[in-house]
Design a binder for this molecule. Structure first.
Ligand SMILES: Nc1ncnc2c1ncn2[C@@H]1O[C@H](COP(=O)(O)OP(=O)(O)OP(=O)(O)O)[C@@H](O)[C@H]1O
Ligand SMILES: [Mg+2]
Length: 309
């Protein structure tokens, strides 16, 4: 199947000479939710802006729904909805007008039914006659989403969609994004809330210093890189990890009351038994133990700091 978005050897060098993206290759399939994770300044917004035609690429090629974003700009742009990271709506317009106008920009005939549905889905119906300036930050962000959906795009970019949105509304938005996907919309989102990627994404891409360092199905990523942690709360604090345990991947907590053993979530049982046996031999008693699986957050933090100079 032809990917919905195909990014081929894309680089971006900003006018000052700064290389913000370096040889990005990425295909995104129809109907998937793809989460792009990366620290501040990694190049997420630059990449999205290139695909949406807001920033010019320096090298490479991008196809959106099969259309080259440069040679076939209009056709490509029509398939795309963008919720930008920076809010930029006309403060004096009403919600209804701004969303309807946005549809018109794409040359689509008016569709009040569609606009009504979008506003209702985003809990903005009651606010349709309000001016944008009278809305809260979270409401403004929802207006941005409504605008992006106004022309019924089949690809939707959400650049930090839930920054500044309260927890309840964030969940509503996740629900809405899932519904869009069920209707066949391809979704690419960037987020700093790793919980969001964990909750929503089918695949995850990690970008660091303008390079994609990893693309993986979420479930495989978590299975592959996931770690488990066993914490043993000791009866008596230790000053350092005893010699007999030196060969084990254990560290001692600062207060000396916890031994923390980290192991591979996929294949490791024997190590725990061995550790406990050695502890018994040394006469180290524990009064409690806890295990924990690493979250996507742990994995992500590990990845972006890995091999950094
Ligand atoms: N117009 C510009 N001119 C020069 N450099 C720019 C420009 N826009 C962005 N950059 C630089 O490109 C790099 C990538 O920026 P970008 O906005 O794509 O990062 P990001 O991953 O979206 O970060 P954030 O998580 O903070 O939104 C940064 O170092 C930034 O300073
Ligand atoms: Mg950004």
């Amino acid at each position: 199947m032809q990917p919905d978005i195909s990014i081929q050897q894309v680089s971006k060098i900003y006018s000052g000479g700064f290389r913000a993206l370096n040889n990005i290759n990425l295909d995104i399939q129809r109907g998937e939710i793809f989460a792009l994770l990366g620290p501040n300044g990694a190049g997420k917004t630059t990449l999205i802006s290139i695909i949406c035609g807001i920033v010019n690429l320096s090298e490479g090629r991008v196809l959106a729904a099969g259309h080259d974003i440069i040679d076939d700009y209009r056709a490509a742009r029509e398939t795309i909805g963008l919720v930008p990271q920076e809010l930029n709506t006309d403060a004096f317009e009403t919600v209804w007008d701004t969303v309807s106008f946005s549809r018109g920009l794409f040359g689509k005939p008016p569709a009040p039914r569609h606009i009504e549905k979008v506003l209702k889905d985003l809990s903005l119906w009651d606010k349709r006659k309000s001016r944008i300036l009278a809305l809260s930050g979270g409401m403004k962000r929802r207006v941005m989403i409504a605008k992006a959906l106004s022309h019924e795009p089949r690809i939707l970019f959400l650049d930090e969609p839930t920054a500044g949105v309260d927890v309840e509304l964030r969940r509503d938005m996740w629900e809405m994004v899932r519904k869009l996907r069920e209707n066949g919309v391809t979704i690419i989102l960037t987020t700093h809330y790793i919980e969001e990627a964990e909750e929503m994404a089918d695949r995850i891409g990690v970008i660091r210093d303008g390079e994609i360092i990893l693309v993986e199905e979420k479930t495989r990523l978590m299975a592959k890189l996931g770690k488990k942690e066993l914490r043993l709360h000791l009866q008596v604090p230790l000053e350092k990890v005893p010699h007999a345990l030196a060969a084990e991947p254990v560290v001692l907590s600062e207060d000396g009351y916890e031994l923390i053993y980290t192991f591979d979530a996929q294949n490791e049982q024997a190590g725990v038994a061995r550790l406990l046996r050695k502890m018994a031999d040394e006469g180290i008693d524990f009064k409690d133990l806890q295990t924990r699986e690493s979250s996507l957050e742990d994995i992500f933090v590990g990845l972006v700091h890995e091999n950094k100079p």
